[in-house]
Design a protein around this ligand. Sequence first.
Ligand code: HPA
Length: 235
Amino acid sequence: MVTPHIDAKVGDFSDVVIMSGDPIRAKYIADNYLKNVTKVNNVRSMFGYTGTYKNKKISIMSHGIGIPSCSIYVKELITEYLVKRIIRVGTCGAIIENMELHDIVVGMGACTDSKVNRLNFKDNDFAAICSFSMLFNIVKVAKKLNVKINIGNLFTTDLFYSDDQEILDVIEKYGILGIEMETAGLYALAAKYKIEAISICTVTDHIKKLTKISSEDRQSSLDSMIRLALESTLL
Ligand code: HPA
């Protein structure tokens, strides 16, 4: 079935989808890591691709920025395209002292300033957590590939540009590993629709140290995270 935002046919997607916010990053992953690639979505230039990674059928789909955009694609992938596992490969800002640019964060949980989960969860706090088995697989692959990962809490914000300095101090105090804009929504949808999801993010800027990865280095700096995500789908 074609949805308002995805014009693929049922069966065009794998049941495992790797998602990135940026459509160009989705294209980069498809072009550089998959074989036998077909483009399965073009609507709004929110590109989706299906191909094979080491003979396993895998799809890559972009989701845009923020919980509202991401939720549309995630919901439609699950209910119309029968997707069962989603790995978000994203970027995040770091705040605590011992995180550096290029570090990889695996979001075991995600706090949020968004109202979205409260809207769905009767104004209560939903504990947004990743799939344990996907986390377990990522840990195994990270060991095998000798890639350092940091596992812990993300903070999913609705405001990329915020005037609130105090929240940054609170985020630091509570040991949040990265700030990004989608994971709390993704994990709640996974729970609601009984699928599995996990977010992996690479630190592209440090909010306290005022450092960031240059735009030229951004794409290649994400390669270890992408490899980690793809290899974990083979277990
Ligand atoms: N804030 C929110 N989202 C982000 C950031 C950030 O600093 N960096 C990358 N994604």
